[in-house]
Ligand binder design. Structure first.
Ligand code: ADP
Ligand code: ADP
Length: 232
């Protein structure tokens, strides 16, 4: 089964004569990890926003996790994002007034998961990601690498079909960046479907078996990273 299917997808912003994206066809199978790269302005955010259900295409079909989302209204998209997508951002986007545990629990609460089940899931993720000792701390006390681990736990709490990561190592020092790369690779190995938007070639090579390169809104190159990755 495919987690992402884009068919003839075009995104045109008002007043622009050339599309910001497309037409693009893209399929990501369950369990795959795909990196999306390209220079500034090439359409990476536009593509990510369409897949995340943050925006709708001008033309074409977008299916994610088996759900056709290009025709959904605002409420349907909000529900889709809550239930099927986990997102990780460059600057973590954690809520500084909530503890680590409460940040991770929040999406489960918004999805209506029973309290005990949500707490068990959060505890499991904090243990796996090595942040259990920080459960009652506030994000401001943690290092960048630790904060990104919290963000990954929050992204996974509802068991999303797809983990989307937008420059997840972009704000981290070398050591923390390495830590987060290893974490994403572990998640991929455990079967999580991952799409990364990144300039970090080390991240693309270590974690993704395919790289989709965007140039002027067109997906030009679907190179195979597996050989390089397997040499590590
Ligand atoms: P990237 O993420 O690769 O930097 P974007 O997807 O942000 O690229 O941008 C692709 C193109 O679409 C650029 O030419 C950009 O100026 C344009 N664009 C992006 N967002 C908007 C918007 N909200 N309104 C108008 N044009 C936009
Ligand atoms: P609205 O016009 O109120 O925004 P949508 O067209 O987005 O509604 O969605 C219509 C209905 O489809 C929703 O009220 C909901 O019952 C169902 N729906 C939307 N998204 C999902 C989803 N991710 N999973 C299951 N059902 C959904």
């Amino acid at each position: 089964t495919n987690v992402i299917e884009l068919e003839g997808v075009v995104k045109r912003y008002q007043s622009a004569d050339t599309p910001a994206l497309g037409p693009v066809d893209l399929v990501v199978a369950e369990g795959e990890a795909v990196a999306i790269t390209g220079p500034s302005g090439s359409g990476k955010s536009t593509l990510l926003n369409l897949v995340a259900g943050l925006d709708r295409p001008t033309e074409g079909r977008v299916s994610v996790g088996g759900l056709r989302i290009d025709g959904l209204g605002e409420r349907g998209l909000a529900r889709f994002r809550r239930e099927r997508i986990g997102m990780v951002f460059q600057f973590f986007n954690l809520l500084d007034d909530l503890t680590v545990a409460d940040n991770i629990l929040l999406p489960a609460q918004l999805a209506g998961t029973p309290r005990a089940a949500a707490a068990a899931r959060a505890a499991e993720l904090m243990a796996v990601l090595g942040i259990a000792e920080h459960a009652r701390a506030y994000p401001g006390r943690l290092s960048g690498g630790e904060r990104q681990r919290v963000a990954v736990a929050r992204a996974l709490v509802n068991r999303p079909a797809l983990l989307l990561a937008d420059e997840p190592t972009g704000a981290l020092d070398t050591a923390s960046g390495h830590e987060v790369r290893e974490l994403l690779l572990d998640l991929h190995r455990s079967g999580q479907t991952v799409v990364l938007v990144t300039h970090d070639l080390a991240l693309a090579r270590s974690c993704a078996e395919r790289t989709v390169s965007l140039v002027d809104g067109n997906a030009l190159d679907h190179s195979d990273n597996r050989d390089e990755r397997d040499e590590r």
